[in-house]
Design a protein around this ligand. Structure first.
Ligand SMILES: [Zn+2]
Length: 237
């Protein structure tokens, strides 16, 4: 009893010194382990439909792609803070949303052989030392005791940052940029690719192409958010 009161007292002081804020509107929030206030949570628009995506000549290599949210201003800022400021509480929030989505609506996908995150070019990963897709993937792997196949694939050449490219070059850019390390373990597998944003779908499609050319049977994609053409153009500039 005494210990409980001590912990509650400590948490009150901790919250006073380090007040929890909403990462979108920056207002204070009462729940310490939350990253959005109730108002901003309403700005997250569910987008649970299947997505299309193909390369510049119209080839699609994945089977079905899903996304949790519509890529709007709130989601974009949250993903940015998670990716570049490495605010892990945001990653935890999105990972939990993916887990909820898998539980509630995509339980068929839990029969996959394993998961793959979109790899970063190794020099880039060393520089930034943080792969946001890998962070979320690890949470999902842990939750469902699934296998992580991310080490079987790597990025073989650097691509220009997507934000700096025009829409057309974003479609063309990731060509032949992934390679597999151990094709034997990938044979006839069904895999789920995890990534943060599905914009043109070109990056995930390119990874899917490499995986399928190396024996993977079926590929699903799950991302935090996806945007339509209008939003892509708006944020590409
Ligand atoms: Zn807020």
């Amino acid at each position: 009893m005494y210990l409980n009161q001590l912990i509650i007292g400590f948490m009150r002081i901790y919250n006073l010194i380090f007040p929890a804020v909403c990462y979108s509107c920056k207002k204070r929030i009462t729940v310490q382990r939350d990253c959005l206030c109730e108002e901003c949570k309403k700005n997250l628009q569910r987008k649970p439909e299947k997505l299309a995506g193909e390369d510049a000549i119209g080839n699609r290599y994945f089977d079905v792609a899903y996304s949790i949210y519509h890529y709007n201003h709130t989601v974009r800022e949250l993903i940015h803070d998670f990716k570049y400021k490495e605010i892990k509480i945001i990653g935890d929030f999105f990972a939990q949303k993916m887990i909820d989505y898998l539980n509630d609506e995509l339980s068929d996908l839990l029969c996959v052989d394993g998961l793959v995150s979109v790899p970063m070019f190794s020099v880039k990963q060393r520089e930034r030392s943080f792969n946001q897709a890998e962070y979320i993937l690890k949470k999902i792997v842990k939750e469902y005791h699934l296998r992580d196949y991310s080490k079987s694939v790597y990025k073989s050449n650097p691509t220009v940052s997507q934000a700096l490219q025009s829409f057309q070059s974003r479609i063309d850019n990731p060509r032949n940029s992934f390679k597999v390390k151990n094709a034997d373990v990938l044979k006839n597998k069904t895999l789920l690719i995890i990534d943060d944003v599905f914009t043109t779908g070109a990056t995930a499609n390119e990874l899917a192409k490499t995986l399928k050319q190396n024996g993977v049977k079926k590929i699903y994609i799950l991302t935090i958010a996806s945007g339509d053409m209008e939003i892509k153009e708006k944020y590409a500039s």
